[in-house]
Design a protein around this ligand. Structure first.
Ligand SMILES: [Zn+2]
Length: 76
């Protein structure tokens, strides 16, 4: 009864792999200014592999709403 019975695994939002809890970190980014909000009012949390530098770098610039923006100029 000393170890957790719950298999803690999370999907990395960058590479989409399912990773154990200790390999996943969360980066909290203040995206307020990008949406015209006062600083500190809007944050997003992105899960990434903390043992993969590539995921780490991409998590810093990852934005939730880029995928479903209606008027993305570069989608052409
Ligand atoms: Zn990853």
């Amino acid at each position: 009864m000393t170890t957790s019975l719950w298999p803690l695994e999370w999907p990395c939002q960058i590479c989409k792999d399912i990773r154990p809890d200790d390999k996943i970190s969360v980066i909290s980014t203040d995206v307020s200014s990008e949406h015209g909000w006062p600083e500190g009012t809007m944050r997003q949390n992105v899960k990434y592999c903390n043992d993969r530098p590539d995921c780490m770098e991409k998590a810093k610039v990852y934005r939730y709403d880029t995928a479903n923006k209606k008027d993305t100029p570069e989608s052409a």
